[in-house]
Every structure is written in structure tokens, then in C-alpha cells.
Ligand binder design. Structure first.
Ligand code: ADP
Ligand code: MG
Length: 404
């Protein structure tokens, strides 16, 4: 009988993971409150109930041999009870540490892993907010400890006016934040490692990420940061995964700076200051590039761990540069259509793959798809991402129908 693998969350990461699982003969079950989510639409076995519905979640766990999650905002306390029924990879404790920015930073601090200077900030009245932001120092970022993604729940406080506006919002009263030093970022990179329950450990090549308005815009691999820095990044990612007892994937997002930051916990390799920004114990948006750039993708690696199949070391399939660009809802809105017209692809031979997630509604900044391409150099890769996306964003010309 096929092994039944459960995925909590039916977004694009769940859908792409399901595809890798199916290739290994799994029967994939997905749980997402939204029956229209990409994986729920595509898979035969889906359950759509609220995340708080413990009874249905328990039934879902019972119907699977083991489970994973592609989405971090599931209540981890609930998962502690459910993982007693069936194994969850990574375990609920990994989610508990990483889903809350404060516990994540404290974990890094306790283990002396490099991280950004931070402080817990409980939002109170104007006077005490003001005082505490002043003590911490500008420029800084205020981030909600729970529930943020793609820059949501974040406030960039550059000037005293920004700080004053942030400090004076009664609707935020009682909300838990962290304050973080604003880093002069030279590069943002991610490293995905996969650890099996038998102690096998692999790492994907370090990926370089460029953000726009705090949302990942494009990813390039291989990274151009010095090799000694990349070796240290991979070492840190493995160490974090071991300390968290991850069975599954751990994505580690790093900030690299050429200017010494305030934090005492920083790794300095040849004048590159390394800080861990955050963890994601699941497949990652930047890792989409591995589907074309590597001989085994991030989804294949997780599928093998869940199916108890040995891992193989990922290698880049050629010496070229690989890039991934996100397609946000804005592209659909720009084209003024529900279904994207992909005909501009004919002018972009460098784009090798386009993936559309099948989300019903195109909203601004909503991740709707991505593309992966291959270029000979870094500059060309960046130019191709921007030019392809611009070509896609233009409304298609209305075809003139002749009457004859
Ligand atoms: P999310 O969960 O939304 O990905 P992040 O903490 O990774 O949250 O922040 C999103 C992006 O915002 C980062 O990738 C980075 O570009 C920018 N950013 C976040 N924190 C800082 C910081 N302390 N200094 C400078 N830029 C930051
Ligand atoms: Mg992030």
C-alpha cells in the first residue's frame, strides 16, 4: 500500500512538494482551511477545516503515516499533541522555536549563533514606547513576534518621525514586537539544508536573494560572495539544524554586511559580517531555483526524507548562472486578465521554466507564480528577470478580427 504523507498547508510549496512525493509513489493528503488553495485544488485527498479545529486535525493525522508543514503559522501547541499520534517532520518543537521571532532570536543568542542585535518590545503607551525606541536606537525595525511574512507586521523606523508615528498607534497596544538594528546589507543569502532521521545531512548551494519592498524578488545561484564565506554559511546552517534537531528541511536566511554591526554575536570572515536573519523549517521561495539548477530539488530532498529514501548530495547541473523571479499578482493586474498571457516567453530563450500556482484571485503582492532561467553572467540574469516581468505586465494587444 502507498505510504500516506500529510502536508499541513496547501500553498505552492505544498503543491510542489506533493509533486515530488507523488514521483516517489506517495499518496499525498493536504490540510488547508482554503479549499481553493493550490494543493487542495489539485490533490484528491484534501481536508478543509480551520487550523483551530483539533478534532479534524486529529482525524487528518490519523489518516497519514507521517506529516510535514509548508506553512509556519499553525499553532505549535496543538501540534505537540498531534505529533504523539503520528510523526511530524520537522517536530513541533522546531516550529515552536522558529515561528516566533523572539524565541528564534533567543535560541540564536543562547547558542551564540550570529544574529542581528535585538530587544523584546511590548507595545505600551506612547511615553514608554518612545523611551524604549530611543534607548534601542535608530534606525531599527519593529517586527511582530508572531504571524508576519513577506514584510507584513514590520515597521522600518529610520527617522524620529517614523518612530513617533509607530509609537502612537493605540490599536497596537499589547502587541509583542522585537526591535532589530537596521543592517547595512551587502547581500542577503539563503542556505537550505536537509537532515534525515538516519543522520544524513546535505546542503544546497548558497543562494543570493534580492528583495523588493521586503518581498523576495529574485534569487540567483551560485552566489558571488567569497567561497570562504559560503563555507561558513553552510557550516552555520548545519549547526543550527542539528541544534534544533531538524528532521526535514531547514532554510536559513542570512544578512551579510561589510560594516561591523552592533551585535556581539557576529561571524567575521574576510571582512564579511555574517548574521542569521531567520529560519524557515520547510521548503523556501528561494529554493524554487533548485528545481532547475540542481540535480535534486529542495522538494525532492524533503520528499525523500518523508518517504525514508536515502538523500544524495545536490550539485549544480552546469557552470551557468541560474535565476528565479517571482510573479506577484501585480503582473496579472498589469495585464488586466485572470489568466496570464505567456506569449512574451518567445522573446526570452533564457527562461527555461514558468510555474503558475493556480490561485483564483490575483491580488497585489500575492505570490502567484515564478520562473527560472539560465544566464552566462550575473548582470544578464538580473536584466532577464526584470525584462521578462515587464514584458508580462503589459496588457496584451487586442487582436483585430477581420470581417471577411
Ligand atoms: P519575513 O518573514 O517577512 O521574510 P524578514 O525578517 O526576513 O521577514 O524581513 C523581510 C526583509 O526585510 C528581509 O529579507 C530584508 O530585506 C528586510 N529586513 C528585515 N530585517 C532587517 C534588518 N534588521 N535590517 C535591514 N533589513 C532588514
Ligand atoms: Mg525573511
Amino acid at each position: 500500500m502507498a505510504k500516506r504523507i500529510g502536508i499541513l498547508g496547501g500553498g505552492q510549496l505544498g503543491l510542489l512538494l506533493a509533486q515530488s512525493l507523488i514521483r516517489l509513489g506517495a499518496e499525498v493528503h493536504v490540510f488547508d482551511p482554503d479549499a481553493q488553495s493550490p494543493a487542495c485544488q489539485m490533490l484528491a485527498h484534501s481536508s478543509s477545516f480551520a487550523w483551530s479545529n483539533e478534532e479534524e486535525l486529529s482525524k487528518f493525522f490519523e489518516g497519514c503515516d507521517c506529516l510535514t508543514y509548508e506553512f509556519e503559522n499553525v499553532e505549535s501547541e496543538l501540534l505537540f499533541r498531534l505529533e504523539k499520534q503520528k510523526p511530524l517532520y520537522p517536530a513541533a518543537n522546531v516550529l515552536r522555536v522558529t515561528q516566533n521571532r523572539l524565541s528564534e532570536k533567543r535560541f540564536l543568542n543562547n547558542l551564540r549563533l550570529p544574529h542581528v542585535h535585538f530587544a523584546h518590545f511590548k507595545y505600551e503607551d506612547l511615553a514608554s514606547n518612545r523611551r524604549r525606541i530611543q534607548e534601542f536606537g535608530l534606525p531599527c525595525l519593529a517586527k511582530t513576534t508572531f504571524g508576519g511574512y513577506d514584510g507584513k507586521g514590520q515597521y522600518f523606523l529610520q527617522t524620529p518621525e517614523d518612530a513617533e508615528n509607530f509609537a502612537n498607534q493605540p490599536n497596537l497596544q499589547g502587541v509583542d514586537f522585537i526591535l532589530e538594528e537596521a543592517i547595512q546589507i551587502a547581500a542577503e543569502v539563503s542556505c537550505i539544508v536537509a537532515h534525515s532521521k538516519h543522520g544524513q545531512e546535505i546542503a544546497f548551494p548558497v543562494m543570493e536573494n534580492i528583495h523588493h519592498e521586503q518581498i523576495l524578488d529574485l534569487t540567483i545561484v551560485p552566489s558571488v560572495v567569497p567561497l570562504a564565506v559560503q563555507v561558513e554559511l553552510i557550516k552555520l546552517a548545519h549547526e543550527a539544524a542539528r541544534r534544533l534537531n531538524v528532521v526535514g528541511l531547514l532554510t536559513v536566511e542570512f544578512f551579510l554586511s561589510r560594516q561591523r554591526p552592533r551585535t556581539v554575536n557576529v561571524a567575521d570572515i574576510e571582512g564579511w559580517y555574517i548574521m542569521i536573519n531567520e529560519f524557515a523549517p520547510r521548503p523556501h521561495n528561494s529554493g524554487h531555483v533548485t528545481m532547475k539548477a540542481c540535480d535534486i530539488s529542495q522538494f525532492d530532498a524533503l520528499a525523500r526524507i518523508l518517504m525514508d529514501v536515502p538523500l544524495t548530495k545536490p550539485s549544480l547541473v552546469s557552470d551557468d548562472i541560474y535565476f528565479m523571479g517571482n510573479l506577484l499578482g501585480d503582473v496579472w493586474i498589469g495585464q488586466q486578465r485572470n489568466e496570464l498571457d505567456l506569449s512574451p516567453l518567445k522573446h526570452f530563450p533564457s527562461i527555461k521554466d514558468v510555474v503558475i500556482y493556480g490561485k483564483k484571485e490575483a491580488r497585489s503582492k500575492r505570490k502567484m507564480g515564478h520562473f527560472v532561467g539560465q544566464a552566462l553572467n550575473y548582470e544578464q540574469a538580473i536584466a532577464d528577470v526584470h525584462e521578462f516581468r515587464e514584458a508580462l505586465s503589459v496588457p496584451p494587444k487586442v487582436t483585430q478580427h477581420s470581417n471577411r
